[in-house]
Write a protein that binds this ligand. Structure first.
Ligand SMILES: Cc1cc2nc3c(=O)[nH]c(=O)nc-3n(C[C@H](O)[C@H](O)[C@H](O)COP(=O)(O)OP(=O)(O)OC[C@H]3O[C@@H](n4cnc5c(N)ncnc54)[C@H](O)[C@@H]3O)c2cc1C
Length: 383
């Protein structure tokens, strides 16, 4: 089995690393304090223009066409520098990919180039509702036929980037009489459409730079051309696209965890107690060794899921394994990194308390760890 990256994948990873170190990393603590939105949006445009918002999108739509492995490597590097930037890029790539996968030619030509050139600062993926989180098929947002279009009514919660997204992929019930999960359709709604109202951003534990908001649909009229894919067939689209998104969140988790462990390794080499660097204590070395091993295992799971997707093979089980393992390993790694800093780790002068807060949500969004286990178990029993 070959574990080598292609020259293009290495180039994309290294470019992402260098750009993120230069423009995203210095902004991360600023965003964490709730400041720096303008610079964040400027950075998103710069990353879009460099190809990082459509890494796995075809070149004829302006995408980078570099594949899922390259996407995962890029998100890991962005997440290493700044978790808010990493999650925004991950979700925006997912939006570009869903349009590419199920949009018609006109939708692809209209919307993907605006993601690629940064006209849209971000894309938003509107699935979750107050009564439909782990069980999104329980959604109640309605799409009613109205002349030659549809009217959307309802509320989506916790929507990443809603505050500044230019395009929203929205799921709504188009046939309430259909069996659960069967009568749902998928729509493309541009920011500024009358009736699309963005609520106040949530106050969160971490990833402060990434705005998370409720999106209200109040008699929001969209033309028939807003329907993406077939009528009543939207839930299948959501399930398929979430699997790809999970590779992104797994990579983001790995990036945050690596940042925390790199900070911790530097700290324990400097910090002296009992007359020696604390890195020289075997107890400290074992903590580092365990976390490094877990992060390497996470990387292999991520690359395996990404490579399968690139080969056109089923990858849902692998994506869930990668997301489950990487996000939980990131929880352990950021906790260990904080512990290795002692009291300093708990204080905001060091980045590890931010990394720990930033990592926590990766076990929840795009399917909780429990939901990933359900998917993996279902597949394991099916085989
Ligand atoms: C910062 C942030 C950003 C987000 N971004 C987006 C976004 O851009 N778009 C979007 O659509 N959504 C987004 N979400 C929503 C996110 O995907 C959901 O919060 C998540 O899927 C969990 O749903 P829930 O919060 O309703 O929890 P619930 O579904 O109520 O779950 C509560 C607990 O019960 C467990 N549980 C539920 N069902 C089972 C079961 N069958 N077996 C075992 N345990 C179970 C869960 O694992 C969890 O531990 C975001 C959320 C946050 C906080």
């Amino acid at each position: 089995m070959l574990f080598e990256l292609t020259e293009e994948e290495i180039l994309i990873r290294d470019t992402a690393r260098a750009m993120a170190a230069e423009i995203a990393a210095p902004l991360a603590p600023v965003l964490d304090r709730g400041e720096g939105r303008d610079l964040f949006l400027k950075n998103l445009k710069t990353f879009a223009e460099a190809g990082f918002m459509a890494v796995n999108v075809r070149e004829d739509f302006g995408g980078t066409a570099a594949g899922t492995v390259a996407f995962a490597l890029a998100i890991e590097e962005l997440g290493y520098a700044c978790a808010a930037t990493g999650v925004t890029a991950s979700v925006t790539n997912m939006v570009a990919e869903v349009i590419q996968a199920v949009g018609n030619e006109a939708q692809k030509r209209a919307y993907i180039p605006r993601i690629v050139d940064g006209t849209y600062p971000a894309g938003a993926f509107c699935l979750t509702e107050a009564g439909a989180g782990s069980d999104p098929a329980g959604m109640v947002t309605r799409a009613r036929r109205d002349g030659d279009g549809f009217v959307l009514d309802g509320e989506k919660i916790y929507i990443t980037s809603a505050d500044y997204a230019g395009i929203f992929v929205v799921w709504a019930v188009s046939n309430p009489d259909a069996p659960k999960g069967k009568g749902i359709s998928c729509f493309l709604v541009e920011a500024g459409t009358p009736g699309l109202v963005i609520g106040k951003a949530e106050r969160k534990m971490g990833q402060h730079g990434s705005a998370t908001s409720t999106v209200h649909f109040e008699q929001c009229r969209v033309p028939a051309t807003a329907l993406m894919g077939r009528l009543d067939d939207g839930f299948r689209i959501a399930v398929g696209e979430l699997a790809g998104g999970r590779i992104g969140i797994a990579a983001l988790s790995l990036g945050i965890a690596r940042a925390a462990m790199d900070a911790a390794k530097a700290y324990v080499k400097e910090r002296r107690q009992f007359g020696q660097a604390i890195a020289d204590f075997q107890g400290i070395q074992w903590m580092v060794a365990d976390r490094e091993t877990e992060l390497e295992a996470a990387r292999l799971l991520i690359l395996q899921a990404a490579a399968k997707k690139d080969r056109g093979e089923p990858f849902g089980r692998e994506a869930s394994m990668a997301k489950l393992f990487a996000s939980e390993a990131a929880g352990r790694a950021t906790d260990t990194a904080l512990q290795l800093h002692g009291g300093a780790g708990y204080c905001a002068d060091y980045p590890v308390e931010r990394h720990m807060r930033d990592a926590r949500i990766t076990r929840i969004y795009e399917g909780t760890s429990e939901v990933q286990r359900l998917i993996i178990a279902r597949d394991a029993f099916r085989q």
